[in-house]
Design a protein around this ligand. Sequence first.
Ligand SMILES: *[C@@H]1O[C@H](CO)[C@@H](O)[C@H](O)[C@H]1NC(C)=O
Ligand SMILES: *[C@@H]1O[C@H](CO)[C@@H](O)[C@H](O)[C@H]1NC(C)=O
Ligand SMILES: *[C@@H]1O[C@H](CO)[C@@H](O)[C@H](O)[C@H]1NC(C)=O
Ligand SMILES: *[C@@H]1O[C@H](CO)[C@@H](O)[C@H](O)[C@H]1NC(C)=O
Ligand SMILES: *[C@@H]1O[C@H](CO)[C@@H](O)[C@H](O)[C@H]1NC(C)=O
Ligand SMILES: *[C@@H]1O[C@H](CO)[C@@H](O)[C@H](O)[C@H]1NC(C)=O
Ligand SMILES: *[C@@H]1O[C@H](CO)[C@@H](O)[C@H](O)[C@H]1NC(C)=O
Length: 306
Amino acid sequence: MLSLLLSAVLAVQAMAVLELNVPEQPVVALHSSDVVLSCSFNHTNPFNLSDLSVFWQLTDTQRSVHRYLEGHDQLADQAERFANRTRLFPNQLGLGNASLLLSRVVVADEGSYTCFVRVQDFGSAALLLQVAAPYSKPVVTLEPQSNLRPGDEVALTCVSYGGYPEGDVIWQDAGGRNLTENITTSVVANGEGLFTVTSVLTVVLEPNSTYSCRLINPILGEEGYISVTVTGQNIAFPPVALWVTVGLAICLLVLLIALAAVCRRKIKESCEEAKREAEEAKVLEEEEESKTGVRTRWGGEDESGG
Ligand SMILES: *[C@@H]1O[C@H](CO)[C@@H](O)[C@H](O)[C@H]1NC(C)=O
Ligand SMILES: *[C@@H]1O[C@H](CO)[C@@H](O)[C@H](O)[C@H]1NC(C)=O
Ligand SMILES: *[C@@H]1O[C@H](CO)[C@@H](O)[C@H](O)[C@H]1NC(C)=O
Ligand SMILES: *[C@@H]1O[C@H](CO)[C@@H](O)[C@H](O)[C@H]1NC(C)=O
Ligand SMILES: *[C@@H]1O[C@H](CO)[C@@H](O)[C@H](O)[C@H]1NC(C)=O
Ligand SMILES: *[C@@H]1O[C@H](CO)[C@@H](O)[C@H](O)[C@H]1NC(C)=O
Ligand SMILES: *[C@@H]1O[C@H](CO)[C@@H](O)[C@H](O)[C@H]1NC(C)=O
């Protein structure tokens, strides 16, 4: 095995090295779109295509992605998931262009690809394919949704889906300051490897506060932005309504107290009047009685008592 490897290495070294040009930066491909994996070589002398070999393979597993040998594609040993999705550019091969077209890119395609080219001389180079998918515009929901009062604790949930790679969620207040406390973010992949990002911000509600959720895709940059302002519309008892209510209540209370006071005075007055009338009546009665001589009887009693 070692000797085989050694002889292979020696064989490669024995050949003049063919220099290949591949992108140094990762090639970014959008999910489900097509991408060209670029690989070109300088071969000054014109050559016969039947003398050209082009192998594209996965760098890590060495599984075959596409092979071209003796003037034809050789796809018998092609990894199944690349079936019907790869092709070279035949009229470019003679010009030193061994680029590969990969169609309908999926998340699983991400990784390193090695391009091998031999035209008498042999060369190889690897490039990195990075898959990206844009996230949906984030949507923010409020929980609970109704009967909110200032001081209540509410959960703002920001959801965005269908993106790749993992996105970062940044919550900011009206002044653009990052909110860092009480944020829980979870990322879940679907069957295609695309992510749904859910971020929950828990805040103590203040009227007129603005919270914004930004979604940052590390490859595509900022993708989505949504801001919610919690105003009287969301709050059942915003301060204005509250003060109006309190004011009305106080007015009503004052009115009631005033009414009660007036009533009390009226009752007192009528009572006093009744009392006075009663007393007057008594005095009158006494006067009447003294005239009729009852007084002497009372006086007689006084005498017997003393
Ligand atoms: C290929 O040829 C072009 C033009 O002659 C030259 O600019 C370039 O550096 C060459 N690349 C390599 C890898 O030799
Ligand atoms: C290319 O090679 C094939 C087979 O070796 C040969 O039949 C053909 O004539 C060659 N073509 C050219 C243009 O040299
Ligand atoms: C590739 O295309 C051929 C012909 O159109 C078809 O028979 C075959 O099922 C396809 N393979 C895959 C994996 O789609
Ligand atoms: C190779 O051919 C493809 C398809 O025509 C093209 O997109 C690419 O730019 C070519 N690369 C070079 C280095 O000419
Ligand atoms: C908020 O966080 C983002 C990402 O971490 C950063 O780029 C930005 O500068 C921060 N903004 C402030 C105002 O701290
Ligand atoms: C975070 O949550 C805790 C408990 O729910 C609360 O006491 C605290 O004020 C919150 N912090 C911020 C910055 O909202
Ligand atoms: C809420 O903000 C709006 C717009 O900035 C302003 O017109 C309104 O007076 C504010 N209300 C309160 C209760 O602060």
